[in-house]
Design a protein around this ligand. Sequence first.
Ligand code: CTP
Ligand code: CA
Length: 227
Amino acid sequence: DAPSGPWGDLAGRRLVVSAGGTREPIDAVRFLGNRSSGLQGFALAEAARERGASVTVVAAHVALPLGEGIARVEVSTADELDAAMRDAAADADIVIMAAAVADYRPASAAATKLKKSGDAGLTLELVQTADVLAGLVAARRPGQVVVGFAAETGDDSGSVIEHGAAKARRKGADLLVVNEVGEGLGFGAASNTVVMLDSSGSPVGEASGSKLAVAHAVLDAAAARLD
Ligand code: CTP
Ligand code: CA
């Protein structure tokens, strides 16, 4: 029942995309979070809808509206996002992890608001969250295309692309969309420049421009991998 978009190449296909950034509770009023705006994930959802797909967005703290006809599931923590993505991915053709998922959460969250104790500092104990993308790759159905994102910075141990290629091999997603983050790049910015790598770390495409343009390029690469 998905109306065909201008291209319609994803008509009859189901796509699920996560967007935004998770929040991990410290106490009743505080959390560990990140600066993800959700713009790229929402652009992917709008682009896929335009192309005729049936789209579900799993949104973590995104202060943006979605176009009509796109299903939206609200989550907060990495654990909630994990459960919602597993659920939505079960019958999806394309699964995209565009959300910024917290790598760590407080080992325990206080049910009440923490009080200062004199002039002492505070040490938080953190534990790793589940790797949602790894779980989706492990549960991948035959013919399903799983896409990850990676925001990288170059450093002494490697360039953005070198880090991206190592991550692509480690993650095993069909596509890893790598973008460079830093001043004026990535989070919250209107435009984006990305390189798409396959699971062996080889570049299979690149895109630069608005997040909607990048979204369409990512969908081109994902659609090319569908049966
Ligand atoms: N991701 C995930 N679950 C996590 C952390 C990340 O599903 N707990 C996903 C992100 O949504 C993204 C991909 O994994 O699609 C890569 O995220 P990134 O943070 O670049 O990689 P990490 O494996 O977390 O490695 P690191 O942060 O140490 O570079
Ligand atoms: Ca991470």
